[in-house]
Design a protein around this ligand. Structure first.
Ligand code: ZN
Length: 318
């Protein structure tokens, strides 16, 4: 055990992971304990290049002091430190997508060991997980919240919903969970989990960092782990269903041209993108049409696409 999750007051502790070559430093965890109350784990940087999320958590850590916490708050801003520290989505040592490696493996690859630390060491010290992602260089996205739950969770579905509504991001989405993500694995194992997503592209937008931080402050205050009075948000989140039919996929290689804007409502059959063949722009581009009606909530932000690439997603209003 490298972190003392019971330590009283606010502490910033180094995370170390055991490897055959000895212990390796893997970033820091901020632990704040102040008496009885809710217990929450907040992480970002599982995808190392999603910096808006990580910067928001660093600013959250700077804001925390023992007096404003009720219960326990654990914040890990760079959960995939080997990737984040190199400006990469995945750790260079194994190239694994950490958000498909949960619950991790203590004797596996470096990414699997870090996932095991998050799942087996950190998560049991919390009743609620909040995992914050931003689009990274490949996608830009609307700011959304979603949650997963199972009957064994101490936190109720109603509490999750109230907290997401308090966060005040524009959308709450509903979709099937993926069991190897942190939120999916946590909920299945009995810890309720919320994921926040949004922002992205190759630039860090300060406004998105602020939105994440404000959403976290409002959500954590609503849940009762922060005794603060954050600014009210007037946004009433819209509920969207997201299924496989909401995704646009590239059938061919080429140059991507978006024909719809983020936040736009599209109908089934509507043109959403064109893919132009490189080197022959005079040729008819491939038309990509929406398979379901919905609001555009994410779009690919790279020019070149190959077959199978996700070009964007909508969510269908409830
Ligand atoms: Zn991510």
């Amino acid at each position: 055990m490298t972190i003392d999750f019971e330590k009283a007051g606010k502490s910033v502790q180094e995370i170390t992971i055991e490897t055959e070559a000895g212990p390796v430093s893997a970033g820091h965890a901020c632990v704040v304990n102040n008496g009885p109350g809710p217990r929450v784990l907040v992480v970002a940087g599982i995808h190392g290049d999603e910096y808006e999320a990580q910067l928001a958590l660093h600013r959250l850590v700077a804001r925390l002091d023992t007096d404003i916490v009720r219960g326990r708050l654990i914040v890990i801003p760079e959960a995939n430190f080997p990737a984040s520290g190199k400006g990469l989505r995945c750790a260079p040592s194994d190239g694994a997508n950490m958000n498909r490696t949960f619950p991790g493996n203590r004797t596996g690859s470096p990414t699997e060991r870090l996932a095991a630390f998050l799942f087996h060491d950190a998560l049991p010290h919390a009743d609620l997980l909040i995992d914050v992602h931003s689009g990274g260089p490949t996608y830009k996205g609307e700011m959304i919240a979603f949650a997963f739950h199972s009957p064994a969770c101490k936190v109720s579905e109603a509490q999750l919903l109230s907290m997401m509504e308090a966060c005040g991001l524009p959308y709450i989405t509903h979709q099937e969970s993926i069991g190897t993500t942190f939120v999916g694995a946590a909920a299945a194992a009995g810890t309720a989990a919320i994921e926040l997503e949004g922002g992205g592209t190759t630039l860090v937008e300060g406004g998105n960092v602020d939105l994440f931080l404000e959403a976290l402050l409002r959500g954590l205050a609503q849940f009762g782990v922060l005794a603060i009075d954050p600014a009210e948000k007037e946004t009433v989140p819209r509920h969207l269903d997201v299924g496989p039919q909401n995704m646009f996929e590239a059938p061919v290689e080429g140059l991507l041209e978006h024909r719809v804007r983020m936040g736009q409502m599209v109908e089934a059959g509507e043109l959403v993108a064109l893919i132009h063949p490189f080197g022959d722009f005079a040729r008819e581009p491939r038309r990509i049409e929406a398979r379901a009606a919905g609001i555009v909530i994410s779009q690919r932000s790279l020019l070149r696409v190959v077959p199978g690439d996700c070009l964007g997603n909508t969510g269908t209003p409830r």
